[in-house]
Write a protein that binds this ligand. Structure first.
Ligand code: PGA
Length: 257
């Protein structure tokens, strides 16, 4: 049985003080949830500047911390970039790579995403690799082809052997921040396909133990039906992760209510 993973993606929100307060509030809330909190792995993804503060606020609580991106390089003359070892030094355990906002707004391609995932893994972080189709692809009936292509070029191209731990986040682009959610059946179809492809490349045991997250307007009102799907192992949660009560409620639901 896979332990669900709830990962918050705070995007470009929260000052350092606000981030510290939200992390501390979530840590306190998890202490109140007790047994439920033990049934779920939870990761908070603040902006870089707040990472140390969030890691400090999370210390002692069952909370991981994620960077929202990392460089494909370990260090050097790359102005504005942050490397995986730096994130780890600041207290990160995970890093999101290939988020659709970066793919779309900053023209990141699969090759770059793959290099970042490899750098994250080499730097001792768990990569959370985001993949997902735009609405035109879904309407054209080509979703699984697109997902297969992204897996091939964002993951399998660099990991020839099964990585220690790697999380895939399926985030249909049309569902991110739009209030629209994939139906449980739509999401399950894609998640099952992702697990099949992971199994073909890394072995069915590895695939059976790895977490595949759903992202795209997950909130307390729809989390239960999404998380009830056999291949949905948690969520990458944007908007709702900024609201302490909503995030904690999703954790409670992920723990089985
Ligand atoms: P959302 O964002 O939950 O606000 O749709 C999810 C994400 O972009 O990771």
């Amino acid at each position: 049985m896979r332990k669900p993973l709830g990962a918050g993606n705070w995007k470009m929100n929260k000052t350092i003080a606000e981030a510290r307060a939200l992390a501390a509030g979530i840590a306190r809330g998890l202490a109140d949830l007790q047994e439920a909190a033990e049934k779920v792995d939870i990761v908070l993804g603040p902006p870089y500047l707040s990472l140390s503060a969030v890691a400090e606020a999370a210390a002692g609580a069952p909370l991981g911390v994620a960077g929202q991106d990392c460089s494909a390089e370990a260090g050097g003359a790359f102005t504005g970039e942050v490397s995986a070892p730096m994130l780890k030094d600041a207290g990160a355990t995970h890093v999101i790579v290939g988020h659709s906002e970066r793919r779309e707004l900053l023209s990141e391609g699969d090759t770059q995403v793959a290099a970042k995932a490899a750098a994250a893994s080499a730097g001792g972080l768990v990569p959370v690799v985001c993949i997902g189709e735009p609405i035109t692809t879904r309407e054209a009936g080509a979703t699984l082809d697109r997902i297969g292509f992204q897996l091939e070029h964002s993951v399998f191209s660099v990991f020839k052997n099964p990585p220690g731990e790697l999380v895939i986040a399926y985030e249909p682009v049309w569902a991110i921040g739009t209030g629209k959610t994939a139906t449980p059946a739509q999401a399950q179809e894609v998640h099952a396909y992702i697990r099949k492809r992971l199994g073909e490349n890394f072995g069915v045991d590895w695939a059976g133990n790895s977490r595949i997250l759903y992202g795209g307007s997950m909130k307390p009102g729809n989390a239960a039906e999404l998380l009830a799907q056999p291949d949905i192992d948690g969520g990458l949660i944007g908007g709702a992760s900024l609201v302490e009560a909503d995030f904690l409620e999703i954790v409670r639901i992920a723990a089985g209510g």
